[in-house]
Design a protein around this ligand. Structure first.
Ligand SMILES: [Zn+2]
Length: 960
């Protein structure tokens, strides 16, 4: 179903929902494992109870009992997916996934499931991939029984209403329409097109062209047949987590899932063989929508996922992707030919075949030397064949995985069960938790077997840029291409001695040697522990995870540059880009050692170091030593090129993402139109950059936030190191924070923009006149109800979009309430008009809310707000948010909880009146017009100010 969670949580990966994000983590069927452990292997840090068993209907179950869990969750996966679609109804597996949400025998209401989840603090979703369909939900503990009853009925007696069969194909079509312009999907489609008769060569998502009644095929009939044929208990896996004891959960599993029919079907698999003399040895020229300069060396490999315990793909991608001195990534970066190199494998990408892929981002200089870059990588693979299959790398990877597994943290219940139900389809249940970390032995044969497939016969080399020759056009996706055969001459060049000196990676020096935990007295909130003229340090030891030898330190060099200075904005971005590029070897080494480091920009620069604390002092020193980046004419021009293309490529993203960007740019100072940033970037020189770095490092407000396993001496040391990295002559300037717009009564702001992609996106945001926690609390209670009402009406009933809903959003201390949509079927003005109608229609729906339903909504919101953090990241995020905004009471979360406790039914009705139905409420309307609607009008908002220049608007904008 892939509903979106907005408010920043929606990412491209999430949106790729039905697809991409699951492709990378497939594992094997476990046949190569020497012995399967008797019980579930979990981290020593995991004190939850686990059990696995098989119900009489052959449904395999994994239970996790966690007395501390405040939400319960379940996920059920079916071992059938897009590869098994009937060719008469391509997209069927995905489309059926959508249909199961629309009512069952016991719960026939089409919106009953969504409403139930909203009322009980729930979350639900599903995804479909080549060989799996996976459904999952999470809900407040007391609602778990009923949730299981509703959920399990999907797999026993779905309604599959014929009238919604006809409707829901539009939602699938809208989902396809969103992805049609995404280069990932176009390239994946082409990769499969080139596989001839292999079942991977098909359309996956489905649209109005492939789903529907046609001669010899009726959609509804085929939907029922597909369900009847494949939805069988013996190819399903179930994972559940809750606060109940295992025996109770076992009874629940039997009660609700024991009656799913076992049709004793064979696990659907694909066995078709590829002919590499036809499929391999190709060069593909591809013209994408985004302005990228990429080279992808892609080998088609046999599915070796059953060797997950020996990780041959991991071993090889570790060596090929290494950033250590002497490796291709290191050497080619040093020569200014590439900016990124990533090696990865996905062994079941095409069912019984997978892909081992080396993806490279090129500079212009690299574009001129593509054949030489390919030859370098091929020659390095040869070097690995000769010298690289060495147990020392196994030991290093194993240590890295062991360390991570030993201190593995809990994650959200929703994602956890979803991953478990997927993993159980691939590995023995006992290893479903551990398999990503489980490295049983060094297996040279397994590695050499993969190396034997990294050959010219199996390679496809992708040249991806705006300037490729093309002679063909994809169907169903944007993307032009041309396929050529790689010449024998070029292949022969791969056998020659390398022209660039290549060597295998040296050993990692940052692996932790000790896991000492520095016990600290309890603290209610972060404290300012060092405060002098030069630097301020806040410290907060983890209250919930004091046993973790981990910490996170942010060094924030906040600047005093004027918010109106576009050049300063551009230069901090270029600085972080060059820094992260020049330090990629260090970052990779730190990553393997269980640490992280990253420089990011925003009112200056901030360096964040995280992970195991043992070697953090060394990491911090090295990271700081390089803070002033090397700038020369070539690398500066390349950084500017990446920056400008990055800005331009934003315009190729999903329209509704672009709409939220436009909205965020309006409500906060310090933002600029894309053209203004590009102009600023084009006017800069390496000299400007060098001068800028000196100014920022010598005039700033220096702040550090340390969270986790540190003591006072660590903090003092860190301060010394940071000060040593900055100029001796330093001036402290006031802290600078980009302020939020102060909404004025009756003020209406409109942003209208023509897109270079097809769909329309609209955000209609109304701001409550009163700032403060009371209005924020009312909005927080109301939003779930409003969101499901909007979703039900505009998507399930009217089928206007795939991405649609309502939301509440903070604007500094103010609160706005909004509707948003991305639609392929309505123009901007018509969509705005439909929003206006819905705002009025909703009054009756809100009026029908009973006191009991209201109480339930409120309780659910409180359960979610009060949920204890599951890991260190969860624990620190609210404090960091307050820290950036200088809310040094660190109590924003608590204030909101206190305010929600006080919210009444009358409050939420008043809130609705004062925002959505209030002509005097401040209004922000974002209207993005896709290419399909360029002839239709924008929406006319009476009395509105049309913003054309963000810089001009912000120059006069009143701020909070
Ligand atoms: Zn979908």
């Amino acid at each position: 179903m892939n509903k979106f969670i907005i408010a920043g949580a929606a990412s491209v990966a999430l949106l790729a929902g039905c697809a991409a994000e699951k492709a990378q983590q497939t594992q094997g069927a476990g046949t190569a494992l020497k012995s399967t452990p008797a019980s579930v292997i979990v981290s020593p840090n995991d004190d939850r109870q686990y059990a696995t068993f098989t119900l009489p209907n052959q449904l395999e179950v994994m239970l996790v009992s966690d007395p501390a869990a405040e939400k319960s969750a379940a996920s059920l996966s079916v071992s059938v997916g897009l590869l098994h679609d009937p060719m008469t109804q391509q997209g069927m597996a995905h489309y059926l996934e959508h249909m199961l949400f629309l009512g069952t025998e016991r719960y026939p209401d089409t919106k009953g499931y969504t409403d139930f989840m909203t009322a009980n603090g729930g979350q639900h979703n599903a995804y479909t991939w080549l060989d799996i369909t996976n459904y999952m939900f999470k809900v407040n503990n007391p609602a778990f029984d009923e949730a299981l009853d509703r959920f399990s009925d999907f797999f026993k007696a779905p309604k599959l209403y014929p009238e919604y069969t006809d409707k829901e194909k539009n939602a699938v079509n809208a989902e396809w329409s969103m992805r049609r312009e995404m280069d990932y999907f176009g390239q994946f489609k082409l990769a499969r097109n080139l596989m001839g008769e292999h079942p991977a060569n098909r359309f996956l998502i489905g649209n109005l062209e492939t789903l529907g009644d046609k001669e010899g095929s009726v959609l509804h009939t085929e939907t029922v047949e597909f369900y009847e044929r494949y939805y069988s208990a013996n190819i399903m896996k179930l994972a559940m987590i809750s606060n109940r004891p295992l025996d109770e959960m076992k009874a629940l599993a039997a009660e609700y899932f024991g009656a799913i029919e076992n049709k004793n079907i064979e696990d659907p698999t694909v066995t078709d063989k590829l002919d590499f003399s036809v499929v391999g040895g190709k060069r593909i020229h591809y013209v994408p929508n985004e302005d990228v300069k990429q080279l992808n060396i892609d080998f088609t490999i046999e599915d070796n996922s059953d060797q997950f315990a020996y990780k041959p793909n991991r071993f090889l991608s570790y060596l090929i992707g290494s950033e250590m001195p002497g490796t291709p990534a290191y050497q080619l970066k040093a020569m200014g030919l590439i900016s990124n190199l990533n090696a990865s494998a996905s062994p079941t990408m095409y069912g019984n075949y997978g892909s081992f892929s080396i993806a490279i981002d090129l500079t212009d200089a690299g574009m001129q030397n593509r054949e030489a870059i390919v030859a370098t990588v091929m020659q390095y693979i040869e070097l690995i064949r000769e010298q690289g299959v060495d147990e020392k790398y196994f030991s290093e990877i194993k240590t890295s995985l062991n360390n991570r597994f030993r201190f593995l943290e809990k994650s959200d219940e929703f994602g956890y069960v979803s991953n478990l139900a997927a993993a159980m389809q691939e590995v023995p249940a006992q290893l479903a938790v551990a398999s990503p970390y489980y490295y049983e032995a060094f297996d040279a044969d397994a590695i050499e077997n993969v190396l034997d497939q990294l050959t010219p016969e199996r390679v496809r080399i992708w040249y991806i840029s705006k300037n490729e020759p093309t002679d063909s056009q994809l169907h169903f996706y944007d993307g032009k291409y041309q396929v050529a055969t790689i010449s024998e001459e070029e292949k022969a060049s791969w056998q020659q001695a390398p022209q660039i000196a290549l060597s295998l990676p040296a050993v990692n020096t940052l692996l932790p040697e000790e896991f000492t935990v520095k016990t600290q007295p309890p603290q209610d909130k972060p404290e300012l522990v060092i405060d002098n003229n030069d630097v301020k340090v806040w410290y907060y030891p983890s209250q919930a995870f004091g046993e973790q030898p981990r910490g996170e330190m942010t060094v924030y060099i906040n600047n005093g540059m004027p918010e109106t200075d576009a050049k300063a904005t551009v230069m901090t971005a270029l600085w972080t880009d060059l820094y992260n590029l020049q330090q990629s070897a260090l970052m990779t080494e730190a990553g393997i050692a269980g640490m992280s480091m990253r420089l990011s920009d925003g009112n200056g620069i901030s360096l964040r170091i995280g992970g195991f604390t043992d070697k953090q002092p060394e990491l911090l020193t090295t990271a700081l030593d390089a803070l002033v980046v090397d700038v020369n004419a070539q690398n500066f021009a390349q950084a500017v090129d990446r920056y400008i293309r990055g800005l331009q490529n934003q315009g190729k993203r999903f329209p509704f993402y672009q709409a939220f960007d436009a909205y965020n740019n309006i409500i906060r100072e310090g933002n600029f139109n894309t053209e203004q940033l590009i102009e600023a970037a084009q006017g800069l020189t390496p000299k400007d950059m060098q001068a800028f770095m000196q100014v920022l490092l010598s005039r700033n407000q220096l702040r550090i936030f340390a969270f986790g396993n540190y003591d006072k001496a660590d903090l003092n040391n860190a301060v010394e190191r940071v000060l040593a990295a900055l100029p001796d002559e330093r001036t402290t300037v006031p802290y600078d924070f980009r302020q939020y717009w102060q909404p004025q009564p009756g003020q209406k702001l409109v942003w209208q923009e023509d897109l270079s992609v097809a769909d329309v996106a609209v955000i209609d945001m109304m701001v409550h006149p009163e700032p403060g926690y009371a209005t924020r609390a009312a909005a927080t209670v109301l939003r779930g109800h409003f969101r499901s009402a909007a979703f039900d009406k505009l998507r399930t009933e009217e089928q206007l979009a795939y991405a649609v809903g309502g939301l509440a959003a903070g604007i500094g201390d103010y609160t706005g309430f909004a509707m948003y949509i991305q639609t392929p079927v309505k123009d901007v003005a018509a969509m705005q008009q439909r929003f206006e109608q819905f705002k009025t229609e909703y009054v009756d729906m809100l009026g029908a809310l009973t006191e009991e339903e209201f109480a339930q909504l409120k309780t659910s919101v409180l359960v979610t707000l009060k949920e204890a953090p599951k890991n260190m990241r969860d624990e620190v995020v609210p404090f960091m948010t307050d820290w950036y905004r200088e809310k040094f009471d660190f109590d924003s979360e608590q204030q909101l909880i206190d305010a929600v406790e006080k919210v009444t039914m009358e409050d939420i009705k008043q809130f609705y009146q004062h925002t959505m139905l209030n002509d005097e409420a401040a209004h922000v309307s974002v209207q993005l017009r896709g290419t399909s609607f360029v002839e239709q009008p924008f929406a006319d908002i009476k009395g509105a100010t049309k913003i054309t220049s963000l810089a001009e608007f912000h120059a006069d904008m009143k701020t909070q």
